[in-house]
Design a protein around this ligand. Structure first.
Ligand code: TYD
Ligand code: MG
Length: 451
């Protein structure tokens, strides 16, 4: 084995040292030294080695490689229409969220392609047990338990699978560096070896990555640069719903999202996300409002719950689950200043049902209505839903895809929807049978809701 020389490099200023040091003497930053391999002389500045030539963009031939259908509609959607051959996909998520389950399920389901599931965490019999539990017969799926990247790639060359799943990148190690598996230099080196291999041999790799304490995948963004697509698998461990989103995608949009439900026999695809809401009971209670939201291009309805109560402390509490806390403070300030509600002496708790997180600004109106419904202790009719963003002066601002939002509300049997007045003029509202209330200010909504 050829021993590679390594050097410790400050990730902040680039200073080098033969030994690890805690504080960088040149930029004074702490804990920035990371071991790196010194590239051999042959590869440095060897301009003759560039064999490819510049080509006119129109002359470049597009390979007609179609995308690989993963047989999993939600997963295909998040990827932008399926797996791109030769691409590198990273799936991150907290321990126990279901990354291994999702990946095993997908490798068992893709039957037209040969898949290899490499696990450094579980034994072959454990994976077999899990596959039995999922109840899928993976006729074309191979399992390998190995942690050395060199041995994994040897097996890949021998077996020639189309798709390789690595569970997880943190358990892999290369002989080229001596640090322990899971260290930053090991992860980066293994990812680079895989990248080179994937692009040369046009193999598709899916890497599972654990999330560290700061919430990013395996350290400071080192893997995000290397791979083509970064997916996040998230959810609240108290709920069964799991959301898959793309945070980086070279072959598709990052606004799509896939929804799953963790069941006894694996992850079920949730093709109608509004069931997140519809499964709730239909008691007419105050403090709840329904919003018609759009994530990516998918409309669905979601229930917002609020609880407003008198504060026993001098500084009232504000807590929110699934909704940005600063945005909640902003909405409360708008209510106080523009609509005259004294909420600064009240505790406000906000919760989005189903434990999912929504970024769509159009849920503002439902948030505000839920808060006031709880404050006034008057229930909002359960056949009403809302869609609208709220501006700083209490105006209701137009939102995108208004037609889809109205359509979804109508489809699910709502009889009335509140939308911004200045929505797109080209939309023909007369085709909807649902009653549409066009409103321009928050006080107008309250006058209609709480006369
Ligand atoms: P796992 O895929 O091992 O999580 P990760 O790889 O992200 O750490 O999933 C772990 C959880 O999923 C575990 O707590 C049990 C649950 N689970 C089910 O509820 N149903 C199932 O069919 C399977 C396989 C797991
Ligand atoms: Mg796992």
């Amino acid at each position: 084995m050829v021993k590679n020389k390594t050097v410790f490099v400050c990730q902040n200023c680039g200073a080098q040292s033969p030994k690890w040091i805690g504080k960088c003497p040149s930029c004074q930053e702490w804990n920035t030294y990371v071991e790196e391999i010194i590239p051999s002389k042959k590869t440095v500045n060897n301009f003759n080695s560039y064999s490819s030539k510049p080509q006119l963009i129109n002359d470049i031939e597009i390979s007609d490689d179609t995308r690989i259908d993963t047989q999993n509609t939600e997963f295909n959607r998040v990827l932008g229409g399926g797996l791109v051959p030769g691409s590198l996909v990273l799936i991150g998520g907290e321990p126990g969220i279901g990354k291994s389950t999702l990946m095993l399920q997908i490798s068992l389901n893709i039957s037209n392609y040969k898949t290899l599931y490499v696990s450094g965490e579980e034994s072959q019999s454990q994976i077999r047990l899990r596959a039995d539990r999922l109840g899928i017969n993976g006729a074309n799926c191979f399992i390998l338990c190995e942690t050395s990247i060199e041995k994994v790639l040897l097996n890949v060359e021998k077996l020639a699978p189309d798709i390789i799943i690595i569970d997880s990148i943190q358990t892999l190690q290369t002989e080229r560096i001596e640090t322990s598996p899971g260290s930053i230099s090991q992860i980066r080196e293994c990812a680079n070896i895989i990248l080179r291999f994937a692009k040369q041999q046009s193999k598709t790799f899916m890497l599972i990555g654990h999330i560290n304490k700061e919430g990013s995948i395996a350290g400071p963004k080192i893997l995000e640069h290397t791979v083509d697509t970064v997916l996040q698998f998230e959810g609240d461990s108290n709920y069964m719903y799991r959301i898959l989103r793309a945070t980086k995608n070279r072959f598709g949009s990052t606004s799509e999202l896939g929804i799953y439900e963790m069941q006894h026999s694996g992850l079920r695809q949730v093709s109608n996300p509004s069931e997140l809401l519809m499964s709730q009971n239909n008691l007419n209670l105050s403090g709840s409002a329904v919003s018609s939201t759009v994530e990516g291009i998918r409309p669905f309805l979601i229930e917002i719950q609020a609880l407003v109560s008198s504060s026993v402390y001098s500084s009232p509490q504000r807590t929110s689950t699934g909704f940005d806390l600063r945005r909640l403070s902003m909405l409360l300030a708008v209510l106080e200043k523009r609509a005259g509600f004294r909420l600064s002496v009240k505790d406000v708790f906000l919760n989005i049902a189903g434990g999912i997180k929504v970024d769509d600004p159009a849920i503002d109106l439902a948030v505000v209505c839920a808060i006031l419904s709880s404050d006034q202790d008057i229930a909002i009719n359960k056949n009403i839903c809302f869609s609208g963003e709220i501006g700083l002066s209490g105006e209701i601002r137009p939102v995108n895809r208004i037609e889809q939002r109205i359509h979804e509300a109508e489809k699910l049997g709502f009889s009335q929807i509140f939308i911004p007045k200045f929505s797109k003029k080209s939309v023909d509202f007369s085709k909807f049978s649902i009653k549409i209330n066009e409103v321009s200010k928050v006080d107008e909504v309250f006058k209609i809701l709480f006369p």
